[in-house]
Design a binder for this molecule. Sequence first.
Ligand code: ATP
Ligand code: MG
Length: 434
Amino acid sequence: MSQTIQAIRGMNDILPDEAELWERFDDAVRGWLRAYGYRPIRMPIVEPTPLFARAIGEVTDIVEKEMYSFVDALNGEALTLRPEGTASCVRAVLQHSLLHAGPQRLWYAGPMFRHERPQKGRYRQFHQFGVEAFGYAGPDIDAEQIVMCARLWDELALSGIRLEINSLGSTEERQRHRAELIAYLECHREALDADARRRLHSNPLRILDSKNPHLQELIEGAPKLMDFLGEASLEHFAGVQALLKEAGVPYRINPRLVRGLDYYNLTVFEWITDKLGAQGTVCAGGRYDGLIGQLGGKPAPACGFAMGVERLIALLREEQGGVAVQAARAEPDVYVVHQGAEALAPAFRAAEDLRGAGFDVLWHCGGGSFKSQMKRADASGAQVAVIIGDDEAREGSASLKPLREDAAQRRVPLERLAEAIGDYFFGDEEDGNV
Ligand code: ATP
Ligand code: MG
């Protein structure tokens, strides 16, 4: 027997029960983004490979080993499935000169692709909601972005997501720190692991982020970037913190928070939970004032973050158990049961008319006895069944049967069906019979 084809490892099907929860999540997030004045933008999923090499950095994990890159067999172009959204978003903003109209608050959502080792909370196709603000230089927008995350966790009833922040300073400050860091690590070269040695000159800051337990003491003693920050950087960082305090959002300064992408400067932050095991970062971002210039645009400040949807959904399930999932089930208002050749057309029309009147309707397909159809109607979760058999078809009526309460079935003319169902759902106040 031939084997059925399976999905690619690390790329998941989101089945209906799960997908309905995703929809509820999406709705909540969209409303929240609107409340903060963010507007949607949609970029292609495939981009020219050089975009990511230039934006994210040649010696980052993503560009070195995680990108799905390929050559377009038809025209030889080097293409990549986007591993993140910021680079695409900046490209789109520059290509369409959006900043001519002034600062912009934008958001996007969709799948991202990284060739990582699949495990719980880490997939090769995963989804992000991303937020980017362009043209704002001050710490106010950094703080607003962080505070807006706190509000979303509240709205989703997610607790225990803690905030870590850090400042990466300016390019010059990082350069001076980098030189001292390399000198320090050179002195302890024999203690470094292979990964750290490889990064010693290309990306030493990332060594500070190493999870290798043997390196922790060494990392602890390394020169701290914070000690290299000048007055302007410190002031910006203080400005962010003042607004976080104002909003009552607790945070911890983590001097080792460096982020895996090269484009960040000044504020960086992560939201982390302990409830998902090792993959606990549900949202991460920061400022990237240099990126627009780096991609050939007129330099403008920028700040953003991205949330991992799979991880937040996992947390929603963890915290609310089955409740969130059950509430996500989309149930029809009406189930249309019909039997006999004569009932087919009027039942089909009745279902369409009811949808036109604003009801969610499941029309029974596939025949079967009344009894088996009524079982389906019950299982669908619908509130009422509309039944059309030979008798009803002949007299141009339908029987209306409430499914969730012990009420009698009654017959109504087809032209009054929508009204009768409206009365059932909303009461018949409009007739003045309250
Ligand atoms: P990590 O340290 O977990 O690898 P990252 O720093 O690579 O994360 P970002 O590029 O900042 O992640 O992406 C923002 C968010 O997207 C992460 O905080 C996480 O929630 C989510 N994310 C990143 N990579 C994956 C993945 N492979 N699978 C699922 N979610 C992911
Ligand atoms: Mg990563």
